[in-house]
Design a protein around this ligand. Structure first.
Ligand code: MG
Length: 250
């Protein structure tokens, strides 16, 4: 008993000493300073964004069609009409030339009106393999394949789609999966805001988003962002992205 009391008093003495060493300022740091970024009102990209499409050209994009080793990827085969980018049925997906990991993506999309026979199917593939589904918001499909779903993994929290023929404003916050030599260390996480409404809240992905079979992870590093051509002339505009890995603790 006496021994226990001595140990306890020693422990509390050490704890008190330890506590006395801490000042509020000792857990505060001043550098490096996060860069100042100039936000811009409305739909314009912030000053540090990589503008992927601003209505003029597709220089930041290429075809997703696989090429032989040593061959150059084909140019992005979609069309620009009045400053808007449209998927051309039968031409395949397009992807960015730049590769991304953790990122913030802003993208606006518009489905045909009247809707076509494919119900405006398209998709936003983070890192070329994790799909946020684009499809007519009123199409009564399986809910883990509806607008704003993480395809075949989870339905959106709510349906925030307005209507076909109207621009849909989408912001995505993406935490890339992390791998080491033994495989998955940390799964991917996504938050999606559609028309100002959170429809995916820090959802942890089970893996990729295949049409057939179960999701799974295969180790990869940074990958292109890709957009799906699925037989519908879905429009896109004002696409910009920010890397979220540039800032380090001291
Ligand atoms: Mg799709």
């Amino acid at each position: 008993m006496k021994k226990a009391v001595i140990i306890f008093s020693l422990f509390s003495h050490v704890a008190t000493l330890f506590a006395q060493q801490w000042e509020p300022a000792s857990t505060e740091w001043y550098s490096p300073m996060p860069p100042k970024v100039q936000p811009r009102v409305g739909v314009r990209p912030p000053s540090d964004a990589i503008v992927l499409f601003d209505g003029k050209d597709l220089l930041k994009w290429e075809s997703s069609e696989p090429v032989e080793r040593g061959q150059k990827p084909k140019p992005a085969p979609w069309k620009i009409v009045n400053g808007e980018l449209y998927a051309v049925p039968g031409t395949g997906n397009i992807q960015t030339k730049e590769y991304f990991g953790d990122c913030q993506l802003h993208i606006e999309f518009k489905l045909p009106s009247p809707i076509d026979e494919n119900y405006g199917n398209s998709g936003i593939f983070l890192q070329s393999r994790y799909e946020v589904q684009i499809i007519d918001g009123e199409y009564p499909t399986y809910v883990n394949g509806m607008i704003g779903s993480i395809y075949k993994q989870t339905a959106p929290l709510v349906n925030a789609y307005t209507k076909n023929g109207e621009w849909q404003i989408c912001d995505i916050y993406w935490k890339a999966p992390k791998f080491d030599s033994n495989g998955l260390v940390e799964p991917a996480m996504i938050t999606v805001v559609l028309n100002g409404i959170v429809i995916q809240n820090h959802y942890v992905l089970k893996g990729n988003t295949p049409y057939t079979g179960l999701p799974g992870y295969v180790p990869h590093g940074r990958m292109p962002l890709s957009l799906q051509e699925h037989g519908s002339e879905v429009g896109f505009r004002n696409i910009w992205i920010r890397h979220l890995t540039g800032f380090l603790e001291p």
